[in-house]
Design a binder for this molecule. Structure first.
Ligand code: ZN
Length: 258
Protein backbone atom coordinates (compact mmCIF):
# COMPACT_ATOMS: atom_id res chain seq x y z
CA UNK A 1 0.00 0.00 0.00
CA UNK A 2 1.42 3.41 -0.92
CA UNK A 3 1.57 6.39 1.38
CA UNK A 4 2.21 10.10 1.22
CA UNK A 5 4.90 11.60 3.45
CA UNK A 6 5.24 15.18 4.65
CA UNK A 7 7.93 16.91 6.70
CA UNK A 8 6.72 19.69 8.98
CA UNK A 9 9.34 22.08 10.32
CA UNK A 10 8.64 23.43 13.78
CA UNK A 11 11.98 24.75 15.10
CA UNK A 12 15.49 25.74 14.06
CA UNK A 13 18.90 26.55 15.48
CA UNK A 14 22.39 27.35 14.29
CA UNK A 15 25.08 25.20 15.87
CA UNK A 16 28.57 24.52 14.59
CA UNK A 17 29.98 21.83 12.34
CA UNK A 18 32.34 20.88 15.14
CA UNK A 19 29.45 20.47 17.53
CA UNK A 20 27.64 18.07 15.23
CA UNK A 21 30.32 15.87 13.68
CA UNK A 22 32.30 13.26 15.56
CA UNK A 23 36.00 14.08 15.86
CA UNK A 24 35.70 17.21 13.72
CA UNK A 25 38.83 19.35 13.32
CA UNK A 26 39.28 22.23 15.80
CA UNK A 27 38.42 24.95 13.29
CA UNK A 28 35.05 23.26 12.63
CA UNK A 29 33.94 24.61 15.99
CA UNK A 30 33.92 28.06 14.37
CA UNK A 31 31.87 26.97 11.35
CA UNK A 32 28.13 27.72 11.68
CA UNK A 33 25.91 24.74 10.89
CA UNK A 34 22.13 25.24 10.80
CA UNK A 35 19.79 22.51 11.96
CA UNK A 36 16.03 22.15 11.44
CA UNK A 37 13.59 20.24 13.64
CA UNK A 38 10.78 18.28 12.03
CA UNK A 39 7.84 16.07 12.72
CA UNK A 40 6.73 13.77 9.92
CA UNK A 41 3.29 12.84 8.65
CA UNK A 42 2.72 9.47 6.96
CA UNK A 43 -0.66 9.38 5.31
CA UNK A 44 -2.27 6.17 4.09
CA UNK A 45 -5.46 4.13 4.18
CA UNK A 46 -4.89 3.15 7.81
CA UNK A 47 -5.12 6.81 8.83
CA UNK A 48 -2.56 9.44 9.70
CA UNK A 49 0.63 8.23 11.35
CA UNK A 50 2.96 10.78 12.90
CA UNK A 51 6.67 10.16 13.28
CA UNK A 52 8.06 11.93 16.36
CA UNK A 53 6.45 14.50 18.62
CA UNK A 54 9.03 17.31 18.63
CA UNK A 55 9.41 19.56 21.66
CA UNK A 56 7.48 22.28 23.44
CA UNK A 57 8.04 26.03 23.53
CA UNK A 58 9.22 25.69 27.15
CA UNK A 59 11.94 23.23 26.17
CA UNK A 60 12.90 25.46 23.25
CA UNK A 61 13.38 28.41 25.64
CA UNK A 62 15.40 26.30 28.06
CA UNK A 63 17.68 25.05 25.30
CA UNK A 64 17.90 28.25 23.23
CA UNK A 65 16.17 26.79 20.16
CA UNK A 66 13.92 28.93 17.95
CA UNK A 67 10.43 27.49 18.25
CA UNK A 68 8.53 28.52 15.12
CA UNK A 69 5.26 26.76 16.01
CA UNK A 70 4.23 23.82 18.12
CA UNK A 71 4.56 20.48 16.33
CA UNK A 72 0.80 20.04 16.84
CA UNK A 73 0.05 23.39 15.17
CA UNK A 74 2.34 22.44 12.28
CA UNK A 75 0.36 19.25 11.76
CA UNK A 76 -2.93 21.16 12.00
CA UNK A 77 -1.80 23.23 9.00
CA UNK A 78 -1.90 19.96 7.05
CA UNK A 79 -5.42 19.25 8.24
CA UNK A 80 -4.40 16.81 10.95
CA UNK A 81 -6.13 16.86 14.33
CA UNK A 82 -3.41 15.70 16.76
CA UNK A 83 -6.06 14.74 19.32
CA UNK A 84 -7.39 12.01 17.03
CA UNK A 85 -4.13 10.73 15.51
CA UNK A 86 -4.18 7.00 16.28
CA UNK A 87 -0.44 6.31 16.13
CA UNK A 88 2.79 8.20 16.79
CA UNK A 89 6.07 6.42 16.12
CA UNK A 90 8.77 7.70 18.49
CA UNK A 91 12.17 7.32 16.85
CA UNK A 92 14.10 7.68 20.12
CA UNK A 93 13.81 9.45 23.47
CA UNK A 94 16.00 12.54 23.00
CA UNK A 95 14.29 15.79 24.01
CA UNK A 96 13.66 16.94 20.45
CA UNK A 97 11.63 13.82 19.56
CA UNK A 98 9.47 13.01 22.59
CA UNK A 99 9.09 16.48 24.07
CA UNK A 100 5.44 17.27 23.32
CA UNK A 101 3.29 14.14 23.65
CA UNK A 102 0.33 15.98 25.22
CA UNK A 103 -1.58 17.02 22.09
CA UNK A 104 -1.72 13.38 20.91
CA UNK A 105 -4.46 12.69 23.42
CA UNK A 106 -5.65 9.35 22.11
CA UNK A 107 -2.60 8.06 20.23
CA UNK A 108 -0.61 4.94 20.89
CA UNK A 109 3.15 5.46 20.78
CA UNK A 110 5.47 2.99 19.06
CA UNK A 111 8.71 2.57 21.03
CA UNK A 112 11.61 0.14 20.92
CA UNK A 113 12.11 -2.10 23.97
CA UNK A 114 15.78 -1.15 24.06
CA UNK A 115 15.11 2.57 24.08
CA UNK A 116 12.75 2.32 27.05
CA UNK A 117 15.15 0.01 28.88
CA UNK A 118 18.09 2.34 28.40
CA UNK A 119 16.43 5.58 29.51
CA UNK A 120 14.96 3.98 32.61
CA UNK A 121 18.19 2.15 33.36
CA UNK A 122 21.63 2.28 34.86
CA UNK A 123 23.42 4.80 32.63
CA UNK A 124 20.63 7.22 31.76
CA UNK A 125 21.60 9.75 34.44
CA UNK A 126 25.29 9.97 33.43
CA UNK A 127 26.13 13.44 32.17
CA UNK A 128 26.64 12.76 28.46
CA UNK A 129 23.33 10.91 28.25
CA UNK A 130 21.40 13.02 30.76
CA UNK A 131 21.82 16.27 28.88
CA UNK A 132 19.97 15.08 25.75
CA UNK A 133 16.75 14.11 27.51
CA UNK A 134 14.15 15.89 29.64
CA UNK A 135 13.13 13.86 32.67
CA UNK A 136 9.59 15.24 32.38
CA UNK A 137 9.33 13.65 28.93
CA UNK A 138 10.30 10.30 30.43
CA UNK A 139 7.59 10.75 33.06
CA UNK A 140 5.11 11.23 30.20
CA UNK A 141 6.33 8.03 28.57
CA UNK A 142 6.04 6.07 31.81
CA UNK A 143 2.52 7.40 32.27
CA UNK A 144 1.68 6.36 28.71
CA UNK A 145 3.02 2.90 29.44
CA UNK A 146 0.88 2.50 32.55
CA UNK A 147 -2.09 3.82 30.59
CA UNK A 148 -1.60 1.00 28.09
CA UNK A 149 -0.69 3.40 25.30
CA UNK A 150 2.74 2.09 24.28
CA UNK A 151 3.20 -0.30 21.38
CA UNK A 152 6.50 -1.96 22.12
CA UNK A 153 8.59 -3.35 19.31
CA UNK A 154 11.89 -5.22 19.48
CA UNK A 155 13.94 -4.77 16.33
CA UNK A 156 12.37 -4.62 12.89
CA UNK A 157 8.63 -4.78 12.52
CA UNK A 158 5.98 -4.09 9.89
CA UNK A 159 3.35 -1.96 11.62
CA UNK A 160 1.08 -1.86 8.59
CA UNK A 161 1.39 -2.90 4.98
CA UNK A 162 4.03 -0.48 3.71
CA UNK A 163 5.11 1.02 7.05
CA UNK A 164 8.04 -0.66 8.80
CA UNK A 165 10.23 0.33 11.72
CA UNK A 166 13.87 -0.72 11.78
CA UNK A 167 16.15 -0.73 14.80
CA UNK A 168 19.34 1.25 14.11
CA UNK A 169 21.49 1.27 17.20
CA UNK A 170 24.22 3.92 16.74
CA UNK A 171 22.84 7.27 17.95
CA UNK A 172 20.91 5.77 20.88
CA UNK A 173 20.53 2.09 21.85
CA UNK A 174 17.03 1.83 20.45
CA UNK A 175 16.68 4.40 17.70
CA UNK A 176 14.33 3.28 14.93
CA UNK A 177 14.16 4.46 11.32
CA UNK A 178 10.96 4.10 9.32
CA UNK A 179 10.65 2.70 5.82
CA UNK A 180 7.53 3.67 3.93
CA UNK A 181 6.18 2.43 0.62
CA UNK A 182 5.26 5.40 -1.60
CA UNK A 183 4.31 5.95 -5.22
CA UNK A 184 7.91 7.10 -5.76
CA UNK A 185 9.37 3.90 -4.28
CA UNK A 186 10.62 3.15 -0.78
CA UNK A 187 11.42 6.14 1.41
CA UNK A 188 13.61 5.63 4.46
CA UNK A 189 13.03 8.27 7.10
CA UNK A 190 16.40 8.00 8.79
CA UNK A 191 15.59 10.38 11.63
CA UNK A 192 18.73 10.68 13.76
CA UNK A 193 20.43 7.62 12.28
CA UNK A 194 21.60 10.33 9.84
CA UNK A 195 20.92 13.88 11.03
CA UNK A 196 22.26 15.50 7.86
CA UNK A 197 22.88 14.42 4.27
CA UNK A 198 26.56 14.88 5.12
CA UNK A 199 26.39 12.02 7.64
CA UNK A 200 25.12 9.31 5.30
CA UNK A 201 26.70 10.68 2.12
CA UNK A 202 30.08 11.34 3.72
CA UNK A 203 30.03 8.26 6.00
CA UNK A 204 30.61 10.85 8.76
CA UNK A 205 29.29 9.98 12.24
CA UNK A 206 27.29 12.48 14.28
CA UNK A 207 28.92 13.79 17.46
CA UNK A 208 26.34 12.40 19.91
CA UNK A 209 26.50 8.65 19.81
CA UNK A 210 25.94 5.52 21.80
CA UNK A 211 28.06 3.25 19.61
CA UNK A 212 30.46 4.39 16.90
CA UNK A 213 30.48 0.99 15.20
CA UNK A 214 26.69 0.91 15.54
CA UNK A 215 26.47 4.26 13.76
CA UNK A 216 28.55 3.02 10.83
CA UNK A 217 26.46 -0.15 10.75
CA UNK A 218 23.41 2.11 10.77
CA UNK A 219 24.60 3.94 7.65
CA UNK A 220 24.97 0.56 5.94
CA UNK A 221 21.53 -0.45 7.13
CA UNK A 222 19.91 2.73 5.80
CA UNK A 223 21.51 2.19 2.39
CA UNK A 224 20.33 -1.41 2.27
CA UNK A 225 16.83 -0.44 3.34
CA UNK A 226 16.62 2.18 0.59
CA UNK A 227 18.01 -0.14 -2.05
CA UNK A 228 18.92 1.13 -5.50
CA UNK A 229 15.67 2.97 -6.12
CA UNK A 230 14.79 4.25 -2.68
CA UNK A 231 15.27 7.61 -1.01
CA UNK A 232 16.98 8.24 2.32
CA UNK A 233 15.75 11.36 4.10
CA UNK A 234 17.89 12.60 7.00
CA UNK A 235 16.36 13.75 10.25
CA UNK A 236 17.47 17.35 10.70
CA UNK A 237 18.87 18.74 7.45
CA UNK A 238 17.64 22.22 6.39
CA UNK A 239 18.29 21.04 2.83
CA UNK A 240 15.07 18.98 3.10
CA UNK A 241 13.08 22.22 2.79
CA UNK A 242 14.86 22.93 -0.51
CA UNK A 243 15.08 19.44 -2.05
CA UNK A 244 11.39 18.68 -1.77
CA UNK A 245 8.29 20.50 -3.04
CA UNK A 246 6.61 22.82 -0.56
CA UNK A 247 3.01 22.12 0.30
CA UNK A 248 1.07 24.91 -1.51
CA UNK A 249 0.47 27.75 0.92
CA UNK A 250 2.92 26.29 3.47
CA UNK A 251 6.22 27.38 1.94
CA UNK A 252 8.99 27.24 4.54
CA UNK A 253 6.79 25.14 6.83
CA UNK A 254 5.95 21.83 5.16
CA UNK A 255 7.25 19.85 2.18
CA UNK A 256 5.92 16.75 0.51
CA UNK A 257 8.56 14.01 0.55
CA UNK A 258 6.55 11.56 -1.56
ZN1 ZN B 1 17.13 14.82 16.93
Amino acid sequence: MVHEIYAVKFAEYVGTRGGYFFNAPADAHETPWPIDYFVWLIRGEEGDIVLDAGFSAATARKRGRTHLRSPADGLRLLGVDPATVPLVILSHFHYDHVGDLGPFETARFVVQDREMAFWTGRYASRAEFRHVVEVGDLHDLLQANYDGRLWFVDGDEELFDGVEVHLIEGHTPGIQAVRVATAAGPVVLAVDASHFYANIEGDAPFAILHSLAGMYAGFDRLRRLAGRHGTIVPGHDPEIMRRFEPVPGLEGIAVRIA
